[in-house]
Design a protein around this ligand. Structure first.
Ligand code: SF4
Length: 429
């Protein structure tokens, strides 16, 4: 069977009139993204400039590393800093000097802004420029905001990648066309995609973020980029300001999503259809087989997705198309139409779409719909479980390898497991 293209797969739906809500919302802040970013970029150190609250959030969310030197930390803003009695810039410079003197392994220092640093209007962009004058070229210093003021936790990565794109060297005019895959994925998934691209004959492939800060790709008009994560609206704007051209596709989740994503790249680079089918065929077959097992648990089950990670439209498409689940409502913190349209093109019109949140109203809608499974943030998960409802924490989706053919079954399992667990509990009761 040959691979579907986006047009023939589409149902033609569109979130023409999503429900827009602007009320109280329940999300983690952008600092949370450091948990996966510091593992991804192995020579970077993330220095949060924040309060004890920020430090506690990071320590409890990421765990304290006892045996390894940590690659994130917090420069605590004390009360005398908040009161303007000390010069925060001097204190920051001395913290950075001490840190870099003690840690020669750090090649990129990332200053991460927080609510407190934004409230006292500490200009971390300027601090990074000042520190760069001292520490470059051996070490680079960047900054971005991870503050919880009006953000969702995945915006931390968006802001970090935007800062990296600003720092990418200019590609020479004589350099051949290249592909940039944008969005943090597990290393094992990157390796799988790299092997597929190589087999398709696509050379000059780079990933953003790279595993080492010294491997940052160059960028120019001959750079074609494709998103591997949907929450990168600001990064998209910056990539296009630097001249890169986007390849549009759904996210590479599930067999169909991965095939459409790879096909969009293959078409851009002129790979013949027969070659594409021959290279991707075995992976597609393995993914389909893996999904068959979970389809019996998920088919016809009604799923409600609260806005949290911005992965929701892609997950809804995967669950509906590849496991037969019924999507009651798909909520997303922001509806980046250019990014999410390929997902909505594959969903039926009957799917309710909401943007933003008024959490109490959404909880009431969810209770009234009485779905089989609720995908939501951790803050809502436990209360819903206490009501006897099955939930899945959406933050797990950014910590687990879920992209590509080999992970399609694991992705379905993330949603099938809470349903099986709830069924066992009901039998036991
Ligand atoms: S950045 Fe803001 S929301 Fe996040 S832990 Fe610090 S104070 Fe809390």
């Amino acid at each position: 069977m040959s691979a579907p293209d986006l047009k023939s797969a589409a149902c033609g739906s569109s979130p023409a009139a999503p429900l827009r809500e602007r009320g109280q919302h329940e999300v983690f802040c952008g600092l949370t993204s450091i948990i996966w970013l510091h593992r991804k970029m192995q020579d970077a150190f993330f220095l949060i400039v924040g309060s004890r609250t920020c430090a506690h959030l990071m320590q409890s969310a990421a765990g304290v590393m006892i045996f390894a030197e940590p690659r994130f930390g917090t420069a605590i803003i004390e009360e005398r800093d908040l009161a303007g009695m000390a010069d925060m810039n001097d204190e920051l410079d001395s913290v950075v000097d001490r840190l870099l003197a003690r840690r020669p392994d750090i090649k990129m220092l990332v200053l991460v802004g927080s609510c407190p640093s934004e409230v006292i209007k500490l200009d971390l962009d300027r601090a990074a420029q000042r520190l760069n004058k001292v520490h470059a070229p051996d070490r680079r210093v960047l900054s971005y905001s991870g503050s919880g003021i009006e953000t969702t936790f995945t915006q931390g990565e968006d802001n970090f990648l935007t800062a990296l794109v600003r720092d990418m060297p200019v590609k020479s005019e004589t350099a051949p066309a290249s592909l940039l895959v944008v969005g943090a994925m597990a290393d094992v998934v990157e390796d799988q995609f790299e092997r597929i691209f190589r087999s398709l004959g696509i050379e000059n492939v780079a990933f953003l973020p790279a595993r080492r800060s010294t491997e940052l790709a160059s960028i120019g008009p001959d750079t074609r980029y494709i998103l591997a994560q949907p929450y990168l609206g600001t990064t998209v704007t910056e990539l296009e300001r630097r001249g890169a051209q986007r390849i549009e596709a759904p996210m590479p989740l599930g067999e169909e999503g991965t095939t459409l994503w790879l096909r969009a790249v293959a078409d851009t680079f002129g790979v013949p259809a027969e070659k594409f089918d021959a290279i991707t065929g075995p992976g597609r077959e393995r993914a389909r087989k893996a999904l068959t097992h979970y389809r019996e648990h998920l088919e016809g089950r009604r799923i409600f997705l609260f806005p949290d990670s911005q992965l929701e439209p892609a997950i809804a498409r995967f669950l509906h198309r590849e496991t037969g689940a019924e999507i009651v409502e798909v909520g997303t913190p922001f509806l980046h139409r250019r990014i999410t349209q390929p997902e909505f093109d594959l969903l039926p019109d009957s799917v309710g779409v909401s943007e933003g949140q008024d959490v109490d109203k959404q909880i009431e809608r969810c209770r009234a719909a009485n779905p089989d499974l609720i995908v939501c943030g951790m803050g809502l998960g436990n209360p819903f479980e206490a009501e006897g409802r099955a939930t899945k924490w959406s933050i797990e989706l950014v910590f687990s390898p879920i992209h590509g053919y080999e992970q399609a079954g694991d992705l379905a399992e993330l949603f099938a497991r809470p349903l099986s667990r709830r069924a066992v509990l009901e039998v036991a009761v």
